[in-house]
Design a protein around this ligand. Structure first.
Ligand code: ZN
Length: 487
């Protein structure tokens, strides 16, 4: 760990929407609002009309329990909801139904942890709790919030189920926060409760302080990717102020994604300002041992266990398998692919893993895409690896196939279309080698003093054939013919 951040303390509150719930947390309105016209999915409950009564979505409790178990939390046997009071246009009731871990209240799960690995070192990051709450409505501004002439409200999002994962202030650098979120995202993906690739499905509030000074809370960082950037900026801001002899104040700041700065919103409200009190319209929820056991039984294999299994079943290294299992879709793809080809063994498993982690991940990053949205199939990659191993194309040519493969073109079609198969025919290669020797007398002359000129000649052969020549055979033949001439 670099000393740059040794006095930094970071705690994260991550809000994730449980997007795999069909309905909202306290009413039966459709929760899948993305791409829909505004204010389509509303009812008296999520509009906060007087006299309407909320009813808890049982599946939300199940999903929250599942995540709590996956994160190693202690599940509380009884839990109830609180009203968090504040006045804002996205909150028609003027309070948000949430959970509270004081005044007799308990969150659905306490404790838990997420293990990260940074610079080869493992670190166990403690969680404080996870709890359920309702999402407020969505406010829509024209351009930026500061300059928009109006605010529109879309109640489709009002009442959608959120789980908040609160860490202890245990992170010491933006990089640790990044790794924490990476692992959290992976665990959420494996629990199959939510798709965090959906826009707006996760929001992060970050508490940041320099040891011994007041903390600021940076609100509404709207994607995991932005968190590291926002933290770096905010830490620098605080350090600059301290350097100039100023003192920091406890405040809430807003991350402006476009300008990439944090802006002071208000001096931090204190917990008492929210006047938390129990939500009397909802009964306490009893969580029985049987219920927990049932949820535990249905818990899918988690990334840690899967990584260990991959090391055993496919003889992958710890390093490879830990990266491979991080994205469940990629790990599923891997298993489907290698299991479909009986002739594959440890060497091919490693090759398959390398393709996924290397060229294919790079393509996904560059195109801002995820594997399940592409037309690449596990079989494509099996075919490609076989083609290389049978010596029909070189590894270098195989790399040029990736773009077409991602669009769903089969390997045989790509080979046919590009005419790029490997040339291993000695007669064909000899012809090209002789041509190149004849056309480049200067380099041939140079070879007598400088053996490295051979590489230049081979390079020209490759250029002429767009890299299709077998490099080993070309080298042998070039050496043979050039020696014949120069002797
Ligand atoms: Zn509703």
């Amino acid at each position: 760990m670099s000393n740059k951040y040794e006095d930094v303390i970071i705690g994260l509150e991550v809000h994730i929407q449980i997007t795999n719930l069909k309905t909202k947390l306290f009413c039966s309105c459709n929760a899948d609002y993305r791409g829909e016209d505004p204010n389509l999915y509303t009812c008296p409950i999520c509009l906060g009309l007087p006299g309407s009564l909320p009813v808890v979505n049982k599946k939300a409790i199940k999903f929250a329990t599942r995540l709590a178990l996956a994160l190693g939390c202690k599940i509380n046997d009884s839990t109830y909801f609180f009203r968090k009071n504040y006045f804002y246009p996205d909150l028609p009731k003027n309070f948000q139904i949430s959970q509270y871990n004081k005044a007799g209240g308990r969150a659905i799960g306490d404790g838990g942890n997420i293990t990260i690995k940074l610079d080869g070192k493992k670190k166990n990051l403690r969680l404080n709790r996870i709890h359920l709450e309702e999402d407020p409505a969505r406010l829509v501004h024209k351009g930026s919030i500061a300059t928009s002439p109006y605010t529109l409200v879309d109640y489709n999002r009002s009442g959608v189920c959120l789980i908040e994962i609160v860490s202890d202030p245990v992170m010491n650098s933006p990089e640790e926060a990044r790794e924490y979120l990476k692992q959290l995202k992976s665990i959420v993906q494996y629990t199959e409760i939510s798709d965090l690739d959906l826009e707006g499905s996760c929001r992060v509030d970050a508490n940041i302080s320099i040891k011994g000074h007041a903390r600021s809370e940076v609100k509404n960082i709207n994607s995991f990717k932005e968190v590291e950037r926002a933290l770096k900026w905010e830490i620098q801001r605080q350090k600059n102020l301290l350097k100039r002899g100023k003192e920091l104040i406890q405040e809430t700041r807003h991350w402006d994604e476009k300008r990439r700065v944090t802006i002071g919103l208000r001096t931090k409200e204190f917990e008492k300002d929210y006047r938390y009190f129990p939500e009397q319209d909802l009964v306490p929820i009893e969580i029985t041992r049987d219920f927990i056991d049932q949820v535990k039984k249905e818990l899918p294999e988690m990334p840690n266990a899967r990584s260990k299994r991959f090391q055993k079943d496919y003889q992958l290294s710890e390093f490879d398998s830990e990266i491979l299992v991080l994205d469940k879709d990629i790990a599923d793809f891997f298993e489907k692919g290698v299991k479909s080809e009986k002739s594959f063994g440890p060497d091919e498993y490693k090759q398959y893993c390398n393709w996924l982690m290397g060229d294919i991940s790079r393509w996904l990053n560059e195109n801002n895409n995820v594997i399940k949205e592409t037309k690449l199939t596990p079989k494509h990659l099996v075919d490609l690896i076989k083609l290389v191993n049978e010596g029909k194309i070189t590894g270098k040519i195989a790399k040029t196939f990736v773009n077409e493969m991602m669009k769903g073109t089969t390997i045989s079609e790509i080979v046919k279309k590009s005419g790029k198969s490997r040339i291993a025919d000695k007669n064909k290669i000899t012809k090209i080698v002789k041509e190149v020797i004849k056309e480049n007398p200067d380099i041939v002359k140079d070879y007598q003093k400088n053996p490295r000129a051979l590489e230049a000649l081979i390079g020209i052969c490759m250029q002429k054939t767009k890299g299709q020549l077998d490099p080993e055979i070309t080298k042998q033949l070039m050496q043979k013919h050039i020696t014949e001439i120069t002797n």
